[in-house]
Design a protein around this ligand. Structure first.
Ligand SMILES: [Cu+2]
Length: 150
């Protein structure tokens, strides 16, 4: 039994040394599709990777966006609809993709200075206290989110 404890302690020490892996959730591949028309919201897409423990994405903030909401997509009566979520559970070790056909973050009031190619700084805040800063790539409207209704 003593040796088992020794192994556990060694593993803990190793984990503490590893700078990133598993200690905090990760936010990857962040990009924003700007609206075709100013004053329409833009949408952000990204991949969340869960840490060793369950966590929740609480909010996303940006210095160049008035308000960012987490939106979930679902079908209601044959119509694709979006609704706002208070937060998003991120189970330990899970990979959650926010993609154009699914969940996304909606950006209301994007600074007029932001044009395709301009980076958008975003801060992801998690329930665990982890705060992760990323810079989103931006692309033009291309195909807009036509057919979606709030
Ligand atoms: Cu939306």
């Amino acid at each position: 039994m003593r040796s088992m404890q020794g192994v556990a302690l060694a593993l803990l020490a190793l984990a503490a040394c590893g700078s990133n892996d598993g200690a905090k959730p990760r936010v990857e591949d962040v990009w924003v599709r700007l609206a075709a028309v100013p004053d329409r919201p833009a949408a952000a897409y990204f991949t969340l990777k869960g840490a060793r423990a369950d966590d929740r994405l609480l909010r996303i903030d940006s210095a160049v966006v008035n308000k960012i909401e987490l939106h979930m997509v679902g079908m209601i009566g044959g119509l694709m609809t979006m609704r706002q979520m208070a937060d998003m559970p991120l189970p330990a070790g899970a990979t959650l993709k926010f993609e154009p056909t699914g969940n996304h973050a909606m950006l209301f009031g994007v600074d007029k200075q932001i044009t395709p190619g301009t980076g958008i700084p975003m801060l992801f805040t998690f329930k665990s206290g982890a705060r992760i800063e990323v810079e989103a790539k931006t692309v033009g409207a291309g195909d807009d989110m036509g057919g979606m209704h709030h």
